[in-house]
Design a protein around this ligand. Structure first.
Ligand code: MN
Length: 290
């Protein structure tokens, strides 16, 4: 590391709401005012941790569309069953990641896993939205089902390890293929662990504390649950010391320097493209669930 990325700002949860009846989320951006500073990332919802009673009927979100970006689901506790108009279906189990490229349009449903629903338990997951550059927004939808076993774990010294979901860390490459350069690392730290993470000069970077406590560059502290630290584009690393057991998502990427127009589940570059997305969805052009 030549120079540390500095901490620009620290943010708590913006909105707290339910997505369907299965996902009680705390939104870490953009509802707290953090928008373009996180590009290429558009949104992060942290669902749970929350206990659900056993049930016969899977809770979740019914059939809905997406266009123009990617949805990334990271399961921590409990599982998600999904199926989409491309004919994909499966279960995202704890430790697994689903990287869905909605691109020109996908219709899908997201429900608690059948077995999890029957048994009840604590549910915890993250859904991250990743923008696509203009040239790829209308490309073919794509789908990456990434299991826990496929995600390399990089030891970062005593009591510290990172799961590399996307990008690269200390020579380990994450399994997710992405359209623009980015890193998504799921970092676990024991109390007292100290790490220096290499980051890229010019990348936007956010550290999402799911729970625990850290000090950054020997100064600013992030404690509790659901906090976001925004780092500067300048600099090529950050020093982190855990003050307690911590789970931290590191999101870092090359900004997509294009206008963003969004409406619900559609993220395009212009208002006209959003209107077209609504028309295409209503006309069934994004497919249907069978
Ligand atoms: Mn969805």
């Amino acid at each position: 590391m030549n120079s540390q990325k500095s901490v620009v700002s620290i943010h708590g949860t913006g909105s707290t709401h339910w997505v369907g009846d299965g996902f009680p989320v705390r939104n870490l951006f953009p509802s707290n005012g953090v928008g373009a500073q996180m590009s290429p990332f558009l949104m992060l919802d942290y669902a749970g941790p929350k206990y659900f009673e056993p049930s016969d009927r899977p809770r979740g979100v019914e059939e809905h569309p997406h266009r123009g970006f990617e949805t990334v689901t990271i399961a921590y506790q409990g599982s998600v069953d999904h199926r989409d108009s491309g004919g994909h279906a499966g279960t995202i189990a704890p430790g697994d990641v689903q990287w869905m490229t909605a691109a020109s349009g996908v219709v899908h449903e997201e429900k608690h896993g059948r077995e999890f629903t029957r048994q009840g338990g604590v549910f915890e997951m993250v859904q991250l939205w990743v923008n696509l550059p203009r040239k790829d927004k209308m490309s073919e939808p794509k789908y990456q089902s990434i299991t826990k076993e496929q995600i390399p774990v990089v030891a970062l010294g005593e009591g510290a390890a990172a799961r590399v979901i996307a990008g690269e860390l200390n020579g380990a490459r994450g399994p997710a293929s992405t359209f623009t350069p980015m890193n998504v690392w799921d970092v676990k730290l024991a109390a007292g662990a100290k790490v220096e993470l290499p980051l890229t000069e010019g990348h936007n970077t956010g550290l999402v504390l799911l729970r625990g406590g850290v000090t950054l560059n020997g100064g600013q502290a992030l404690t509790g649950e659901a906090q976001l630290a925004l780092l500067s584009q300048k600099g090529d690393g950050v020093a982190i010391e855990a003050t307690e057991e911590t789970i931290l998502l590191v999101l870092s990427g090359e900004p997509i320097d294009e206008p963003v127009a969004s409406y619900g589940p559609f993220v395009m570059n212009t208002r006209e493209e959003l209107q077209q997305a609504v028309r295409d969805y209503q006309a069934g052009k994004m497919g249907r669930l069978s």
